[in-house]
Design a protein around this ligand. Structure first.
Ligand code: AMP
Ligand code: MG
Length: 409
C-alpha cells in the first residue's frame, strides 16, 4: 500500500496554483500574494517628529541645566500633513506635531512636556542629544527591500504594508471552490431523530468548516444516499468545482459505489488507499481541472485525512508558500504500545510545560470517535512497526487549531 509520503507527493504533484487575479486591497485579505512586494520607497518617507514638542538645534541647548535655562524664540507650529519650509536660525525653535516633517535646520525635538512657555519664548531646562525624537527617512524600511514574498497569506499586518506602499490592487492566486458530498443510507439530517440503525450526518458540517478554515469557497454541500443513480448525478454536477470531497462509500462494501461511479464519469484514479491509520481508504483522482478526494466516512478518519492530505493540496491551489504547519517535538505523557504496520496518526492533547511540549495520546483512538474530534489538539506521529515507547519518549507532533478542554496531565 502507498506510504504516507508517497501519497502526499502524488497529490501535490497533481496540484497547481490557481490563476492569478488582481483584487482591490480591501478585498484581498485571506488570499495568497502572487508576486514579491519590494519597498518602492523608504519608510519613513521623510524625517519627521516622533513626539509633540519643539524642533531645535541641539547646539542651542548645550548650556541648559538646572538654573541655567535656555530661552528660544518660537517661530510657529508645524502640523502633520502640512509641508512648511522654515529655517531655524540660532536662538529659534518651532513647535512641531508628531509626524510633521522636521526642518533641515533642526536636529532634535524636545517633548512638549519638558518645556515652559513665556509668551512667544520657550524655556528649556536640559540639553538634548542630536537626533533625539526624530524618525529618520528609511530607518524602518530601506527602498528596494523585499518585504513580502510571493505566496504569503494576506492578513491584517500585510494589509498595512500593502497600503503603505500604495498597492490599491493586489495580485493574488485564486481560491479553489469546493463541493462536499456525504454519502450513506444510514445518514439523517441534523434536525431528525435517527430511526433504529440510522445516525445523524456530521461530516458535511465538519468538512465545510475545514474547507472554509482553509480559506476556500464552498460551492455545494450535499447528503446523498447510497443510490448509484443519485450519486452519479450529484458527482457529475459537482465536477464544475475545483475540488470535490466525497465522504464515505470508498471502501469495499457492497454499497460503496463511489469509486466505480467516479470511474464511469471519467475520473482518473491517481491512487486508492494509503498506509495510514486512521484513513486507509483515501481515494485521490482527477477529471480535467477538478481534483477528487474520496474521504473515509468515519468522522475521525475524515478529519485526519483532510488535515494531512487535502489541506496541503488546497493550500497549494491557493498559491500559499507554507502548505502545512511544522511538526514539533513533544514528550509522551504516557507509554504507547508497539506501532502497527501502518503509520499511526494518533489524536492527542498537546500542552506546553515550561520550555517543553508534552503530549498525551487520547486513550480512545477509534476512527469513528466523535469525542476525539473535540478532545484532540494535535496528531502524534507513530512510525509503522515502531517499538513500544515509554512515557517521556520524544515524538513528532502536528498541532491542530482546535480549542479543547485540556485534561490535566
Ligand atoms: P463508509 O466510509 O461509508 O464505509 O462509512 C464508515 C463509517 O462512517 C460508517 O460507520 C458510517 O456510518 C460512518 N459515516 C459515514 N459517513 C458519515 C457521515 N457523513 N457522518 C457521520 N458518520 C458517517
Ligand atoms: Mg457508507
Amino acid at each position: 500500500m502507498l506510504s504516507y509520503e508517497s501519497g502526499k507527493q502524488l497529490i501535490l504533484e497533481n496540484v497547481q496554483p490557481l490563476e492569478i487575479e488582481n483584487r482591490l486591497l480591501s478585498q484581498s485579505r485571506g488570499f495568497a500574494l502572487a508576486g514579491d512586494i519590494i519597498a518602492s520607497h523608504p519608510m519613513p518617507l521623510f524625517n519627521n517628529s516622533a513626539v509633540d514638542g519643539y524642533a531645535v538645534r541641539s547646539k542651542d541647548l548645550e548650556q541648559s541645566s538646572g538654573s541655567a535655562r535656555t530661552r528660544l524664540k518660537n517661530l510657529g507650529y508645524l502640523y502633520a500633513g502640512v509641508p512648511e519650509l522654515i529655517e531655524l536660525d540660532q536662538g529659534c525653535c518651532v513647535q512641531i506635531a508628531t509626524g510633521a516633517p522636521v526642518p533641515d535646520s533642526a536636529d532634535a525635538i524636545v517633548m512638549k512636556e519638558d518645556v515652559e512657555l513665556d509668551g512667544d519664548e520657550v524655556i528649556f531646562q536640559q540639553p538634548i542629544a542630536p537626533q533625539e525624537n526624530v524618525r529618520f527617512q528609511g530607518e524602518d524600511i530601506a527602498e528596494g527591500k523585499m518585504m513580502l514574498p510571493s505566496g504569503i497569506e494576506i492578513g491584517s499586518a500585510q494589509l498595512a504594508l500593502l497600503a503603505t506602499f500604495g498597492h490599491a490592487q493586489v495580485p493574488v492566486f485564486g481560491k479553489p471552490s469546493v463541493s462536499i458530498i456525504s454519502t450513506g443510507n444510514e445518514l439523517v439530517d441534523v434536525d431528525r431523530q435517527p430511526e433504529p440503525g440510522q445516525i445523524r450526518e456530521s461530516n458535511r458540517f465538519m468538512l465545510e468548516g475545514l474547507v472554509r478554515e482553509a480559506g476556500c469557497d464552498v460551492d455545494r454541500v450535499l447528503m446523498v444516499p447510497d443510490d448509484p443513480l443519485k450519486l452519479k448525478a450529484e458527482f457529475e454536477a459537482a465536477m464544475d468545482s475545483d475540488v470535490i470531497l466525497i465522504s464515505g462509500g470508498m471502501s469495499v462494501g457492497d454499497h460503496d459505489f463511489a469509486k466505480p461511479l467516479l470511474k464511469e464519469l471519467g475520473v482518473e484514479e491517481i491512487f486508492w488507499k494509503v498506509s495510514v491509520k486512521p484513513g486507509k481508504p483515501l481515494f485521490f483522482g482527477k477529471l480535467e481541472k477538478s481534483l477528487i478526494f474520496g474521504l473515509p466516512g468515519n468522522p475521525a478518519s475524515s478529519y485526519v485525512i483532510f488535515m494531512e492530505f487535502t489541506l496541503p493540496a488546497l493550500r497549494r491551489m491557493r498559491g500559499c508558500r507554507l502548505l502545512e504547519k511544522d511538526w514539533v517535538e513533544a514528550r509522551l505523557s504516557d507509554a504507547v504500545p508497539p506501532g502497527i504496520s501502518r503509520l499511526h496518526l494518533m489524536r492527542g492533547q498537546l500542552n506546553a510545560q515550561g520550555k517543553e511540549y508534552r503530549v498525551r495520546p487520547l486513550p480512545f483512538q477509534g476512527s469513528h470517535s466523535i469525542s476525539s474530534l473535540v478532545e484532540a489538539n494535535a496528531l502524534i506521529w507513530i512510525d509503522p512497526h515502531s517499538p513500544a515507547m515509554p512515557a517521556g519518549t520524544p515524538v513528532k507532533v502536528r498541532p491542530l487549531d482546535n480549542e479543547i478542554v485540556m485534561e490535566p496531565f
